[in-house]
Ligand binder design. Structure first.
Ligand code: ZN
Length: 328
């Protein structure tokens, strides 16, 4: 990773730091309604590992890069970690991906939502003012907007979110309101000082008339993850509760004919952080918890070399060096 940008990270990172210091109790992230998900059944890490070992899955999987962007490295990587010594603050180039899964019986779904067409023009972008400035929205370059993608590919049956941060729901304005959207538990109700700034935008992007369906995670019998849901009940797609970046952060494992894909979301944003087992930084609500989730995901991936890993905001080079990542 290059670290030649000397610009001091005073933007979102400073707001998060202020949030950590503030005595203000904060407000919830969103006022959008939530219901338990009608989709999915409680499963286990043991079932996930069994499924990964089976030779072929039935789901088609595709990764789409919606936009290029740059955000503060201190938000993406915990620069206080001993392994991060020498890594400087500054802007880190990233992408905003979304994923397409097509199940032969249940249809087409998205993981995360990409970027809405309205973000192509700052005049029409649904994020403006202070939040746009803090988010470096002037550096967002949309490559594939969700409206155009849906028009070309056809409708989807649902959207599975990794979490409710703005850069993962920026495509929802292009997703019809009758398409169910699924998320981990507690995403809307988590309180934070930062939510004073982003709650209105979050509600706008999700839409106040939309209901979010929360995965019904039961404790994982093996205690390898906080909870595991078998999304379609056939071992083809699993939702893994991986809190820390946000309370309900969810990763997904998808089995295709060519092998399994592990979408870790912002449990690890960057290639640097994943390969060195260094957790995300100031953008996370609970860094110690994010250490546990990162180690659990690395443990699953390290034990299953055939699994293709997809990081939150950068491409993963499976052939690169990986430093050790002890079990939590
Ligand atoms: Zn993100």
């Amino acid at each position: 990773m290059t670290s030649n940008t000397t610009r001091t990270s005073l933007k979102l990172s400073s707001l998060f730091a202020l949030a950590a210091l503030s005595l203000t109790p904060g407000c919830s992230l969103s006022s959008v309604g939530v219901k338990p998900s009608p989709l999915g059944e409680a499963s286990s890490t043991e079932r996930v590992i069994e499924a990964v070992r089976q030779p072929a899955g039935v789901v088609r999987f595709e990764r789409v890069e919606a936009a290029d962007w740059a955000v503060d490295r201190a938000g993406l990587i915990n620069l206080d970690h001993p392994r991060a010594e020498g890594l400087e603050e500054g802007l880190e180039p990233i992408v905003i991906p979304f994923y397409v899964i097509e199940h032969p019986a249940h249809g087409r779904f998205l993981i995360d939502s990409g970027v809405a067409a309205s973000f192509r023009d700052p005049e029409t972008a649904p994020v403006s003012g202070l939040v746009a400035s803090e988010m470096n929205m002037d550096r967002l370059v949309v490559r594939q907007d969700t409206r155009t993608w849906l028009a070309d590919a056809g409708p989807v049956k649902g959207v599975f979110l990794t979490h409710l941060h703005l850069d993962h729901i920026m495509g929802l304005p292009d997703v019809p309101l009758d398409v169910p959207v699924y998320t981990g538990p507690g995403e809307t109700s988590a309180t934070s000082f930062i939510n004073l700034f982003v709650r209105g935008v979050t509600d706008d992007l999700v839409h106040r008339d939309r209901v979010l369906y929360e995965w019904d995670f039961a404790p994982d019998p093996q205690r390898r993850f906080e909870g595991v849901v078998d999304v379609f009940g056939d071992g083809s797609v699993f939702a893994l509760h991986t809190p820390g970046h946000t309370p309900g952060h969810t990763s997904y494992l998808v089995r295709t004919a060519e092998g399994a894909h592990l979408v870790v979301g912002d449990a690890s944003h960057t290639e640097w952080g994943w390969t060195r087992c260094v957790e995300p930084g100031q953008f996370s609500s609970d860094i110690p918890e994010s250490v546990v989730s990162l180690r659990r995901l690395r443990g699953l991936a390290d034990a299953s070399p055939a699994v293709t890993v997809h990081l939150g905001h950068q491409h993963h080079d499976a052939g690169g060096d990986h430093q050790d990542c002890p079990a939590p």
